[in-house]
Design a protein around this ligand. Structure first.
Ligand code: UGA
Length: 360
């Protein structure tokens, strides 16, 4: 059995760059000596398995070999920072095979036998469905986030509370309460890339995925809205102002800054003349490389020193229990833009802060 789990980065035109997966397929064709099940775990556009087969067959033909093999798609749904737990206790396992390939299916199911004890649901399907299922799941979760972010805008317009809205929605079992946290927009190496990729290959097939495209657009707007929020709390102009930024990674418990809202927000504020003093428990080194103008600080209070506003962009645990008296002492003015709704308006007002959350 051979697993393919290589990166599938976004190409400049928004499509998926399949160079690495094709290189691996060729290498398999060059080295294979007996029957193998070749399993794609990478998130790849539908039909990539056909391309993998072409590459392997070309290499086998070059070697003059006639070796049979099976292709399977077994997408992974692991979250960064929770991969082992997600692997051991998956919500489901998807196995896609070509045609009626009982041999490959039996080998794959045997591999996952330990999970039968947990009664993990298995979905056995064809290979194209398996490939698409990962995009469907990620695009839906991304849409859920964009939806609640749009509700947050409406809440602000009518004096509503998006957290209560999320609770009301989430208590409906048909909706579910996860992925309804309003914030600065989704980031990371998966949702932004996968939504663009599925929209792109759908368009190539002559179909517009209106909901996915809207989720991407809403996400871009949400990031910009966070920039505007910082500008607004500073009186409409950030030139010469200092922003203390807490959190840079795209989510807590990772140093990953790919498509991180914080980096976008920081660079927009810097472009408009602000100084950004930042602290993140894990992502400073990587952030400094992509945004050299960022002032990386020792800890949260160092980042807040002289700041005209505090922004919480990533909800690391250590930002949930800030010493607000100390923060106020070191800041130039007590203002907070809480992009993760960690603190509440009433408690922050009591602490003497001008406060702005998201949709509250
Ligand atoms: C995501 C999926 O959750 C995994 O199931 C999938 O396997 C993975 O992509 C992948 O394709 O490999 P991940 O990117 O690690 O996992 O991160 P998530 O925990 O899903 O968060 C993604 C982004 O959405 C983060 O920026 C997070 O802050 C944001 N988010 C999440 C919200 O803004 N609100 C929420 O309610 C939930």
């Amino acid at each position: 059995m051979v697993f393919i789990a290589v990166g599938t980065p976004e190409a400049p035109d928004g499509s998926t760059d399949l160079r690495y997966i094709e290189a691996v397929a060729r290498e398999i064709g060059q080295r294979m000596t007996s029957y193998k099940v070749i399993v794609a775990k990478s998130t790849v556009p539908v039909g990539t398995s056909d391309r993998v087969r072409v590459c392997i067959d070309e290499e086998l033909a070059r070697r003059g070999k006639n070796i049979s093999y099976s292709l399977a798609s077994n997408p992974e749904f692991l979250r960064e920072g929770a991969a082992i737990g997600d692997f051991m206790r998956p919500d489901r396992v998807v196995i896609g095979t070509e045609g009626e390939d009982d041999q490959a299916l039996a080998i794959m199911k045997d591999l996952y036998r330990p999970l039968y004890l947990n009664e993990t649901p298995f979905v056995e399907t064809n290979i194209h469905t398996a490939e698409l299922s990962k995009y469907a799941a990620n695009a839906f979760l991304a849409a859920k986030i964009s939806f609640i972010n749009e509700m947050s805008v409406l809440c602000e317009a009518v004096g509503g509370d998006v957290q209560a809205i999320a609770r009301v929605m989430g208590l409906d079992n048909r909706i579910g309460k996860k992925f309804l946290h309003a914030g600065p927009g989704f980031g990371g190496s998966c949702f932004p890339k996968d939504t663009k990729s599925v929209a792109h290959f759908a368009r190539d097939l002559g179909h517009e995925l209106a909901i996915v495209e809207a989720s991407i657009k809403a996400n871009e707007r949400q990031r910009l809205r966070m920039v505007d929020r910082v500008v607004a709390i500073l009186g409409g102009d950030v030139e010469g102002k200092t922003v203390g930024m807490l959190g840079l990674s795209f989510k807590p418990e990772t140093d990953d800054i790919r498509e991180a809202p914080a980096l976008y927000i920081a660079s927009e504020l810097i472009k408009r003349g602000a100084t950004v003093r930042a602290y993140d428990p894990a992502a400073m080194e990587a952030s400094q490389k992509v945004l050299p103008e960022l002032i990386c600080c020792e800890d949260a209070y160092d980042a807040l020193t002289g700041a005209d506003v505090m922004t919480i962009v990533t909800e690391w645990n250590e930002f949930r229990m800030l010493d607000l008296t100390r923060a106020k002492e070191v800041m130039a003015a007590p203002r907070m833009v809480d992009m993760r709704n960690i603190y509440g308006g009433a408690s922050m007002a009591a602490a003497g802060f001008e406060y702005k959350g998201v949709g509250v």
